[in-house]
Write a protein of this length. Structure first.
Length: 270
């Protein structure tokens, strides 16, 4: 066979296609979200069933932030994707939800957002929203979408998050969720909850970035349905990510898993 430089474009295209087909036939595929791994904090290898089609997928929102790159990654990719993959393992063991083993990355600028009725976003106190993104998220909630937000702390981050939500869902109340709210009782009875810290707890530090006092909040519609479940001054994602780390206290990880399960089942049934 001649050198690559001697081949015609048609011959080269045929060679590339043959290599792709051979790889597909051998079961080899690229990592599902390799194109975004440079933006993730903790990417891990795909499990064997990463491309399985399932009834549910854990969708993580990819948004823009002026702080992207400050920690050598994008803010949306904090704890990803080890965090969600470890949680998904628990979801599959603890429920009968037919969940895909890997996450779905949903870009805030894509209409594919409407295909994923459950979204998760972290570091949301650092988001920066364009008018088109505001409209898309508004339409997402109007169509019944549900968003869980996590891992943002202190008053500056709360103010930036709240300002965005006021543009997305004007007139919708942000409330402290009551202990008897249905979202805490769909699967697990979570009337008694406690602060879920990040990995810094192994060094004896409970709080992050000056945010003190855990809050279980929600944005609710006119019928009282939670549209946005807010974990403020907490780090549920870290608890999922480090559930396999012996130094991370088990009670925090266990509560974090129960919260995630309840929020997903709530979104499916309310």
């Amino acid at each position: 066979m001649g050198k690559i430089t001697d081949m015609t474009p048609r011959m080269l295209a045929a060679l590339i296609l043959a290599a792709i087909l051979a790889g597909a036939q051998s079961g080899h595929r690229p990592r599902r979200w390799a194109m975004y791994e440079r933006e993730m904090q903790n990417p891990v290898d795909d499990p064997p069933d990463a491309y399985e089609e399932t009834e549910f997928a854990f969708a993580r929102l990819r948004f823009r932030s002026p702080r992207d790159g400050y920690y050598y990654r994008a803010r949306w990719g904090t704890d990803s994707n080890k965090s969600e993959r470890q949680f998904i393992e628990g979801l599959r063991r603890l429920t009968r939800v037919h969940a895909r083993s890997v996450e779905q990355i949903v870009d805030i600028d894509s209409d594919e957002i409407y295909d994923w009725p459950w979204l998760y976003a972290v570091a949301i106190g650092d988001w920066e929203l364009s008018e088109s993104q505001i409209v898309r998220l508004h339409n997402y909630f109007e169509r019944g979408g549900f968003l869980m937000v996590d891992d943002f702390h202190a008053e500056r981050e709360w103010a930036d998050f709240a300002a965005g939500m006021a543009r997305i869902l004007p007139g919708h109340a942000v409330v402290e969720l009551a202990d008897d709210d249905p979202i805490f009782h769909v699967v697990y009875d979570l009337r008694e909850r406690f602060h879920v810290p990040g990995l810094q707890i192994v060094r004896g530090q409970r709080w992050e970035r000056g945010g003190i006092g855990e809050h279980w909040r929600g944005v609710v519609d006119q019928k009282g349905r939670v549209q946005v479940a807010i974990c403020f001054n907490m780090d549920i994602g870290d608890a999922w990510e480090w559930a396999d780390y012996p130094a991370y206290p088990e009670p925090y990880a266990s509560l974090a898993y129960r919260i995630g399960v309840n929020y997903i089942l709530y979104a499916m049934t309310h």
